[in-house]
Design a protein around this ligand. Sequence first.
Ligand code: RM4
Ligand code: MN
Length: 386
Amino acid sequence: MTEAVRAALRAQRIELPSWAFGNSGTRFKVFAQQGVPRTPYEKIEDAAQVHRYTGVAPTVALHIPWDKVDDYTHLAAFAKEHGVGLGTINANVFQDNDYMLGSVTNPDPAIRRKATDHLLECVDIAAQIGVRDVKLWFSDGTNYPGQDSIRARQDRLAEALQETYDALGDDQRLLLEYKLFEPAFYTTDVPDWGTAYAHCLRLGPKAEVVIDTGHHAPGTNIEFIVAFLLREAKLGAFDFNSRFYADDDLMVGSADPFQLFRIMHEIVLADALKPEAGIAFMLDQCHNIEPKIPAQIRSVMNVQEATAKALLVDHDALAAAQNSGDVLGANAVFMDAYNTDVRPLLAEVRQEMGLEADPIAAYKGSGYADKIVAERVGGQQAGWGA
Ligand code: RM4
Ligand code: MN
C-alpha cells in the first residue's frame, strides 16, 4: 500500500501557468514586483525553478498572445535545456477592443472570423511543438437582458468550436472551460459544466471539459461535477486555484483544502491520477501580493498533500461501510485519511526522487530570488496584457 502511494506521488504531474510568474492584480491596482520576467523565456526560467524543487511540475502552459514568440520550436528547445517542456496552449480572445460584444459569439461575422482565426492559430502553435491540448475560455456574454439573442450566440459558439475541432490533429484535444460570470454579468455563453459538456459531446471524443475550481457559484459541489464528467469520459483538465468569493485565483488548497481532497478522492477512485489517464492537472493562478515562484511551489505542494491524503483512503473499508449502510463508519474512513499529516510522507518521497525534503526552504536557500532581482533590470515586465 505505502509503496503504491509513493509511486503514485512520484508519478504525479502538475502543469504550471506561464502567467503566474508575471505581474498581476485586480482592476484596482497591479503591484509590480522586482525580478519579474520580461519575456516568455524568463517565465520559463522561473517555472523551471518550481520543477527543480518539486520534481512534479515539468511543463509550462503558454497563453497566446502573452507568450507570443517568433519561433516556438526555439522556445521549446530553451525549455528543454532548462529541464521543462511546453504544455497546454491557452487562447486569448478577451483582450482586444474588437471583443467588447463577444469574440466567437459576437454579432459581427468579421469579428467572429478574427476570433476563430486566433483559435486556429493556437491549434497550429500546439502542432508545431507537439503539444496535445488547446484550452479555450471565452469571456463572451451579455450585460443586459435583450442585448443579444442567447440562442443565436450558442449557434455562433458551436460553429467556431466545430471549425477549431476540425483543425485538430489526431493526437490533439480541445479543452473547453466554463465560468459562471465575469466579465459579462447577465449571461455568459459558457457559464457552467453542463453547457461545456453539451458542446463537447456534439464535437466528439477530442473535445473535453476543463474544471477551473474558481469558476463556480459559492457552495457548488465540485467533486460531483468531477465524478460525473469522469464517468462520461469528458473530463479533460483542471485549472486549480482557490476562491473565497469569485474568480479569486488564489493558491490552490489555500481557501478550502478539504474541497481539494474531495476532488482528488474522485480522481483516485477513477484511477485517473496517472498521466496516461489523460487528465491535465494545471494551475491557473495569479500571485498579486506574494512572491510568485515560492507561491507556485506552495501550490504544487498543496496539490500533492491533497493527493497523498486521497491516496490514503482505505477503499476496502470505505466500500464495506458504504455497502452496509454504515453512514458514520464511511465518513470516519474518509475523515481519517483527510486528517492524516502527509507532510513527512511527501518529504520522504522527495528524498527518494533526489530532491530536498523542503522545497520552499531549498528555493529560498538557492539565491535565485536575489539573482533575478539583480539581473532583470530594464525592459518591460510581463503582466496582464503583456
Ligand atoms: C480566465 C480563465 C483562463 C485563464 C485566464 C487568464 O478566467 O480562467 O483559464 O487563461 O483567466
Ligand atoms: Mn482557468
